[in-house]
Ligand binder design. Structure first.
Ligand SMILES: C[S@@+](CC[C@H](N)C(=O)[O-])C[C@H]1O[C@@H](n2cnc3c(N)ncnc32)[C@H](O)[C@@H]1O
Length: 279
């Protein structure tokens, strides 16, 4: 483990970030329902100054810029240079000049502001020291500012992750158990811990509302099995074991994902917290 957020910064600039850029349209579509619930809670208004943390390829930054028009502006902050390049290209394509993207670690970078709204779609679970990060981000808010973000609930509650993981484990064996609160997608799954972090960092009126929606993993079972080797825990296990195990893992994934196939594709339950707070 390297100091601070260095491990995560490397991941999001290398293989993982490249995969998010390559699969941007598909990822945006599969997580859109969760982002929409958070955007509804955020309720960005005309003229507001908005900070999108861990904005990635910019999908929600563009939506926030539209919601804050006229007169508003959005700053997207992320550590991933390749994802930010995609975000800037998309803003240019959309002709949106009220959104700007900056490369930086949100836990320590100068964020500017002050902001009316801090928003994030799955971009705040990767801090080595979340208390310090949320204190720092709060310092960039107006006294009247508010926050809304979406994060995954616990791993066990998210069948889109547990189902492919169980299939991969049947073939490859279980990986060594890790720290459930280590920086990663499920780090904010525990409501009490997340609330304690946010309150400890000075945020007030913290609420966590459970929201569930189907997560579309593919247009058919074969596509969803392939997708599960690209993203999520099964993909990580296969990368660790080596490509020579791909066929066996794919066969197990096909079996496991079959029951979830329907007319809208292969969709598995997804469970998130919609977190709101005031500065
Ligand atoms: C799961 S992706 C979500 C991306 C985007 N919000 C979306 O919904 O498409 C997590 C994002 O958080 C970013 N990230 C991780 N650690 C960060 C940090 N310390 N500061 C800013 N961004 C960070 C990653 O680079 C990545 O773009």
């Amino acid at each position: 483990m390297t100091a601070g957020n260095a491990d995560q910064i490397a991941l999001w600039n290398e293989d993982l970030g490249q995969r998010w850029v390559r699969e941007q349209a598909r990822l945006d579509a599969s997580i859109a329902p969760f982002g929409a619930a958070a955007l509804k809670a955020a309720a960005a208004k005309s003229g507001e100054v908005v900070l999108d943390i861990g904005c990635g390829c910019g999908d929600t930054s563009l939506l926030l810029a539209q919601a804050a028009a006229p007169g508003g502006r959005v700053l997207g902050v992320d550590v991933s240079a390749p994802m930010l390049a995609r975000a800037r290209a998309r803003a240019k394509e959309a002709g949106l000049d009220t959104v700007r993207f900056e490369e930086g670690d949100a836990s320590s970078a100068t964020l500017g502001g002050p902001f009316d709204l801090l928003f994030s779609r799955f971009g705040v679970m990767f801090f080595d020291d979340p208390l310090k990060a949320f204190r720092h981000m709060r310092s960039a808010m107006k006294p009247t500012g508010r926050m809304a973000f979406v994060c995954w609930r616990g791993f066990a509650e998210n069948a889109w992750a547990t189902t492919p993981a169980a299939a991969a484990i049947r073939v490859l064996g279980a990986p060594k158990p890790g720290d459930p609160f280590a920086p990663g997608p499920f780090a904010f799954g525990d409501a009490d811990r997340t609330r304690a972090i946010l309150e400890g960092a000075g945020w007030r009126a913290v609420t966590l509302e459970a929201f569930d929606a189907p997560m579309v993993m593919g247009r058919d079972v074969a596509d969803a099995a392939w997708w599960s080797t690209q993203m999520g825990p099964a993909g990580a296990m296969l990368r660790e074991a080596g490509e020579h195990r791909r066929e066996e893992v794919i066969a197990a994934l096909v079996d496991a994902l079959k029951p979830f196939a329907g007319p809208a594709g292969v969709a598995l339950p997804g469970a998130v917290w919609i977190v709101s707070a005031t500065a």
